[in-house]
Design a binder for this molecule. Structure first.
Ligand SMILES: [Zn+2]
Length: 277
């Protein structure tokens, strides 16, 4: 166990939330059981996390959100409808975020301070979203992945948490941005994500723990994330979800247990508070 304290983030959505919302009601909700599994592992390993909760899930399972809060974790926003930011107008985005904040604050009675965009879609063309988050009194955003993928990412974005200075990029002045961890490949100099989700299932644990230890040895934190449905290998196979929604789900629980035993994690808000007061 090393001493650097890292950030853990859980994106609480149901297994079908990457499908078109008109499909959602056809499917059996499984998020409650899967999220309780995450909570029990965090309790056993004495770690804390930020749960970015989708408004749709909070509306259906308010008791689950109250439980997350009562176990000392941070409840933050993953928006309401799981639409990619890049598929929304600024007006639609603001309504979506506002709706999710109202639901979450109505359950916990606490101010929501952070936001995670569906599929990390705060990108160069959607940086305007940062101004809307500021307007909604958020303190931080954690949606920028410093990588290049076909779906998301800003490859030249800073690799570690920073306070946004609007003179540099024009948007979100004063908001703290918490990027997801990447590992810079030696020789190629390319950033590859090691933070969680699919990448966490794809790479062997020894490589992930090596990459995270390397970050920690240099005094840098790791920012890791996962979805409760990744601990649910029995989730239904449906058309519309891609192979990467199912890839090596059965190995995930053991990996997540190892990660939470080998590294120390706290919530995003707690980390920012420790750093900046
Ligand atoms: Zn999501």
């Amino acid at each position: 166990m090393n001493t650097v304290v890292n950030i853990l983030q859980i994106d609480v959505e149901d297994w079908y939330c990457d499908l078109d919302p008109v499909e959602w009601r056809k499917h059996e909700p499984r998020v409650e059981t899967a999220t309780k599994k995450v909570l029990s592992i965090l309790r056993e390993t004495e770690n804390q996390a930020t749960f970015f909760v989708l408004g749709h899930v909070a509306e259906k399972f308010p008791g689950l959100i109250a439980k997350i809060d009562s176990e000392g974790h941070e409840v933050a926003s993953h928006g309401y409808s799981h639409r990619r930011v890049s598929d929304q107008t600024p007006g639609e985005f603001e309504e979506d975020v506002k709706k999710s904040i109202a639901i979450l604050e109505g359950i916990t009675g606490k101010k929501v301070k952070g936001y995670r965009a569906p599929q990390f879609t705060v990108m160069k063309e959607t940086l305007w979203a940062l101004d809307i988050l500021k307007k909604q009194k958020m303190e931080y955003d954690s949606s920028i992945f410093p990588v290049k993928t076909p779906l998301y990412g800003i490859p030249d974005a800073p690799l570690f948490p920073y306070v946004i200075n609007s003179q540099e990029n024009g948007y979100g002045h004063g908001l703290t941005e918490v990027p997801l961890s990447v590992y810079k490949l030696p020789i190629l100099g390319k950033n590859i994500p090691v933070a969680g989700g699919f990448y966490f299932r794809f790479f062997p644990y020894f490589f992930l723990s090596y990459a995270l230890r390397k970050l920690n040895r240099k005094g840098n934190i790791a920012v890791c994330y996962m979805h409760p449905w990744e601990l649910d290998p029995g989730k239904p196979r449906v058309e519309g979800l891609k192979w990467y929604h199912y890839y090596r789900l059965s190995a995930m629980e053991e990996k997540f247990r190892k990660l939470t035993r080998d590294f120390r994690f706290i919530s995003t808000r707690e980390w920012i508070k420790n750093e900046r007061g």
